[in-house]
Design a protein around this ligand. Structure first.
Ligand code: AMP
Length: 434
């Protein structure tokens, strides 16, 4: 029996490491420059946190969660647990649980890690995905929304991604949103039978979601749908225009997208996505918005918040599509080869000393001939081989061979570490051409 990875879940192989390093370092360094600090919450949370915080009627909660009942203690019922499908609910839970509202506000927090959604796998859509997520908790100021948009924008610019445009909308607040929902329902009611079946269902359960439908049957009826920004109350309208003013001032491109509502229930006021070129239907590099009611919904005191999340796989795909090469990674440039058992013991001693001194090196494995070891060194693209043979053993020396020039010199064993430290001991990984 041969095992395969679970459907929709991918292995990230060593060849992808340069991309992952670059992307994870860039998101974290940029966030720190903006004054964000990292918070890491558990991958498992109580199921109720998501059904409450994300919303029962959302696709994520109603069909995409990996949920199981934990083993129960005798006489008790097992707790229902879920692999986190998004970060925000867990971060809010931690904010409340650790009394972070008594710290200076707003709290600017970021997280990076895996999430799990049982979606239909396709290009750019996986069941285990990785996100970078950032939140500003405790400020209702549109400048906080702007900071979140600017952070996402800065990350992609830093990575060399261009041709990006924000899609932006406001979903109002509990005062004005219901008025719009009623107007939308009234507008769509005469066409209900003609909508795609999923949208007919959404029209009953979560009418706003019909707006971002991708179903061909539904699209014609959305063209003349009322716009939510025409229903905003003064507070929400002012908030929206202030944010747009900041984007204009910063010269950041955006389009007001009347059909953008985002899939999660908790959004209030601002919602946005950043679209890149070349990702087809999966064009959204990131998405986010404001969620002023969420902390209260999860049992905390009323606290505004705004955040966004970006998929790391999507960023990497965009970099690859745009031909952006990640920085090369270092690899050990030295390889220790030996001849005979006594020399092998010396080699082990030498590799230990080198590693303790922070010098990057590999040592030969297996009792292969010296010739085979040199071949291995070349295959592993180590430029220098430190050879311990019988002569070296007797003379307490090491032969240093430069494979690129076929030159060889001799070093006293007790001077090897210093000599290598002076030469620089790690090479940049070149792209492997086999
Ligand atoms: P969301 O958490 O749904 O708002 O999505 C935020 C971002 O995460 C998206 O713009 C994508 O970049 C990424 N994303 C969401 N779902 C997936 C998925 N199933 N696979 C890969 N990336 C995803």
């Amino acid at each position: 029996m041969r095992f395969k990875s679970v459907k929709g879940m991918q292995d990230i192989l060593p060849e992808a490491e340069p991309y992952w390093r670059q992307v994870t370092a860039t998101v974290q360094d940029t966030a720190r420059r903006f004054g964000f600090e990292q918070i890491s919450t558990p991958v498992l949370e109580s199921t109720a946190l998501f059904s409450r915080g994300v919303g029962e009627d959302t696709d994520i909660v109603s069909k995409e969660m990996y949920t199981f009942t934990d083993r129960a203690r005798e006489g008790e019922q097992g707790e229902s647990l879920t692999l986190r499908p998004e970060f925000t609910a867990g971060v809010m839970r931690a904010y409340i649980e650790h009394g972070m509202s008594s710290l200076p506000q707003p709290q600017k927090l970021y997280s990076v890690g895996p999430l799990f959604r049982r979606e239909k796998p396709q290009k750019g859509r996986y069941r285990q995905l990785h996100q970078f997520n950032a939140e500003i908790i405790g400020s209702a100021d549109p400048v906080a929304d702007f900071e979140i948009l600017l952070l996402s924008y800065s990350i992609y610019m830093e990575l060399g991604l261009k041709n990006l445009r924000f899609q932006i909308n406001s979903t109002g607040d509990p005062d004005c949103k219901p008025k719009y929902v009623a107007a939308l329902k009234e507008y769509l009611a005469p066409y209900a039978d003609k909508l795609a079946p999923t949208d007919r269902d959404r029209l009953q359960r979560n009418p706003l979601r019909v707006l971002d439908s991708k179903e061909r049957e539904t699209l014609p009826y959305l063209e003349n749908a009322p716009h939510i920004i025409d229903y905003l109350n003064d507070d929400c309208r002012n908030h929206f225009h202030e944010l747009l003013g900041y984007l204009d001032a910063a010269g950041i491109a955006y389009s007001i997208n009347h059909r953008l509502v985002r899939g999660l229930d908790y959004y209030t006021k601002t919602v946005f996505e950043l679209w890149g070129e070349g990702l087809g239907a999966q064009a959204a590099l990131c998405g986010g918005g404001r969620y002023d009611g969420l902390v209260e919904l999860l049992g905390g005191s009323p606290t505004p918040g705004v955040g966004f999340a970006t998929g790391l796989e999507r960023i990497i795909m965009s970099m690859q599509d745009a031909g952006i090469q990640p920085a090369t990674l270092e690899r050990p440039d030295y390889f220790i080869a030996y001849h005979g058992e006594a020399a092998k013991r010396e080699a082990v001693k030498l590799i230990t000393t080198l590693r303790m001194a922070g010098v990057g090196a590999r040592v030969a494995f297996g009792g292969r001939s010296l010739k085979a070891q040199l071949k291995d060194a070349d295959r592993m693209r180590c430029r220098y081989v430190l050879i311990i043979g019988e002569d070296e053993l007797a003379g307490h020396t090491v032969a240093l061979r430069d494979l690129s020039k076929s030159e060889q010199s001799s070093l006293p064993m007790d001077q090897v570490v210093n000599a290598l430290k002076q030469r620089g001991h790690m090479a940049e990984c070149e792209k492997r051409v086999d």
